[in-house]
Design a protein around this ligand. Structure first.
Ligand SMILES: Cc1cc2nc3c(=O)[nH]c(=O)nc-3n(C[C@H](O)[C@H](O)[C@H](O)COP(=O)(O)OP(=O)(O)OC[C@H]3O[C@@H](n4cnc5c(N)ncnc54)[C@H](O)[C@@H]3O)c2cc1C
Length: 536
């Protein structure tokens, strides 16, 4: 994928999508796969804002059962199956343990019944999914089994637990990238560091947008028959800027946080009751459940929600004291872990849309996505979309693209994104890994080889090609992570990398592991200088 802005200046596109988080990427891929001419522009790097900050769960929405929101649960289950099907190298089943107690809503009988309903509602959850990515049925666990899986719960007076499975992204950043690569492969023109700053004109059938290339500082125009505003938390302000007045997509936002700490190797995710209330539950449980998710010998702990004074836009910094407040909540829920700020490796922070009455605590999140056709405001060329979950972004994109065809006065052709594999997706991850070990096991240690297979899927041998030209190609960038120098050069040459931060924070997992050191950034800068010109 080559960053070339010339194609953006040319003929009007059927669709210009603004914002390349998971939603904009999914819209661009869907529209391109259905034959529209598409441009996708992102003012920072791909997925750099909310999408890179998720807890990495592709969740089937079991908790919506408690909210009695079965429609939302069904669509989450279906979308989880889609991700497991189209990107099996980047998404895998994740076992979850919920400890049970003698009384209250966490009694084993109640949770076992909930799992039975979940299994019934998700009967088709493995349809078309490779067997190695199947989601098993839920089951009850004895106290011993629970403690064996989650020794962290040792000191609690639990009666046992229940286990269900959800799905975990190997890398949220690379999953966005894979969707963008899919859009590009289907013909979309894609560019990062290009911001849409306003509208020049909306003439007969074609709208002219003012764009700025943040790499060169130059300004230019992009022409579109229809414009999709998928700017995440900046969607309301962008719509207002494009239309010159506040618009129907006006939505308040709240701050969401996850904290990342080093962990003993734990194989399952688990829940911990915290002192915060869950205002979205119809049954008053007394407390919100913190999720502790295993990822690369780390615990991702989330998600906390805090009200925000402003109305969305870009999140530049988290207000002083907010991380400490969440840390205190975690320590209250899990005193044995004794986390302190010195152990904190990484913070995920992003803005999520809320219901309009949530100026104060506790935050009430927006439950459903919004697709707003600004035709009612005299702007039939603009559609805004606001998503509420990474998991269901593909489904929202399908709705948006169906609507685009209707707006153009034609019948939407069938959507292809739920069954078209993402670039690099193998038929079987296990077989690909076995072949990698057979063919390259002598060249690379097992952990690195597995990391390459999981990151690039069938494209992993292209990283190994650098062994012929790059000195110290197989050297780790940081001793504690299986990221090698050849990956930096490969990404720099082929994945539209503009600066060292792109490489460290989003193309590799150095940043998400809390390893964005000066040395890593220097190695990335060196790789950028050494990268061969992209093949296009
Ligand atoms: C802490 C946290 C944990 C979460 N955990 C999960 C989870 O486990 N599972 C799950 O399913 N969901 C989760 N979510 C929700 C999920 O991450 C979001 O719903 C999703 O990422 C939103 O994607 P998006 O594309 O709409 O927005 P974004 O990812 O924010 O993308 C919008 C993009 O538009 C760009 N942009 C803005 N203005 C312009 C402009 N003028 N020109 C060009 N580009 C522009 C921005 O730079 C940005 O990259 C979590 C969210 C947070 C914050």
């Amino acid at each position: 994928m080559k960053r070339a802005l010339d194609p953006l200046h040319e003929e009007p596109f059927d669709i210009v999508v603004i914002g390349a988080g998971i939603l904009g990427a999914s819209i661009a891929r869907d529209a391109a796969l259905r034959g529209l001419s598409v441009a996708l522009v992102e003012k920072r790097d791909f997925g750099a804002q909310t999408s890179a900050n998720s807890l990495k769960l592709i969740h089937g929405g079991l908790r919506y059962l408690q909210h009695l929101d079965l429609a939302r649960m069904r669509s989450s289950i279906r979308e989880r199956s889609v991700w497991l099907r189209i990107a099996p190298h980047l998404v895998e089943p994740l076992p979850f343990v919920v400890p049970t107690s003698r009384s209250g809503l966490h009694r084993k009988t109640l949770l076992r019944a909930a799992l039975q309903v979940n299994d019934m509602l998700s009967r088709d959850r493995n349809s078309g999914v490779p067997e190695e990515r199947h989601i098993p049925a839920g089951r009850a666990l004895s106290r011993n089994e629970t403690l064996e899986l989650v020794p962290e719960l040792e000191s609690r007076s639990l009666t046992g637990g229940v286990m269900f499975h959800d799905a975990l992204m190997y890398s949220a950043e690379r999953l966005v990238l894979a969707v963008i690569q899919g859009a590009h492969a289907a013909g979309a023109v894609v560019a990062n560091y290009v911001e849409i700053q306003g509208r020049r004109s909306a003439g007969t059938g074609v709208t002219t947008l003012a764009a700025r290339d943040h790499r060169s500082g130059s300004s230019f125009e992009v022409h579109a028959r229809l414009v999709v505003n998928a700017a995440g938390p900046a969607a309301p302000t962008l719509a207002a800027r494009l239309l010159g007045h506040s618009t129907l997509v006006e939505t308040p936002y709240s701050l969401a946080l996850n904290l990342v700490f080093p962990a003993r190797e734990h194989r399952v995710a688990f829940t911990l009751p915290s002192s915060s209330r869950d205002p979205n539950s119809v049954v008053h449980t007394g407390s919100r459940q913190l999720l502790v998710v295993p990822w690369r010998q780390r615990s991702l702990i989330g998600t906390a929600h805090y009200p925000l004074a402003g109305r969305g836009g870009d999140l530049e910094a988290v207000e002083d004291g907010t991380v400490e407040r969440f840390l205190a909540e975690i320590n209250q829920a899990w005193p044995e872990a004794a986390f302190d700020a010195a152990k904190l490796e990484h913070v995920h922070a992003g803005l999520l849309p809320t219901l309009s009455d949530s100026g104060s605590s506790p935050v009430r999140l927006l439950k459903r996505h919004r697709v707003v056709d600004h035709g009612a405001e005299g702007a039939p060329w603009l559609i805004s979309a606001v998503s509420v979950k990474y998991t269901t972004a593909r489904l929202v994109a399908e709705e948006v693209v169906d609507h685009l065809f209707t707006r153009r006065g034609s019948t939407p052709p069938p959507c292809r994104t739920s069954h078209t594999l993402l670039p690099g997706a193998p038929a079987s991850v296990a077989e690909l890994l076995a072949a990698a070990r057979r063919n390259y096991g002598e060249l690379l240690e097992g952990e690195v080889l597995e990391h390459l297979v999981r990151s690039y899927g069938t494209g992993f041998p292209r990283v190994l090609d650098y062994r012929r030209t790059l000195p110290r190609w197989d050297e780790r960038v940081e001793a504690s992570a299986p990221v090698i120098r050849a990956q930096l050069v490969h990404s720099a040459a082929t994945e539209m990398v503009c600066c060292a931060e792109d490489l460290v924070l989003r193309r590799t997992e150095l940043g998400p592991r809390g390893l964005a050191s000066d040395a890593a950034l220097a190695a990335a800068a060196e790789a950028l200088a050494a990268a061969p010109a992209p093949a296009g």
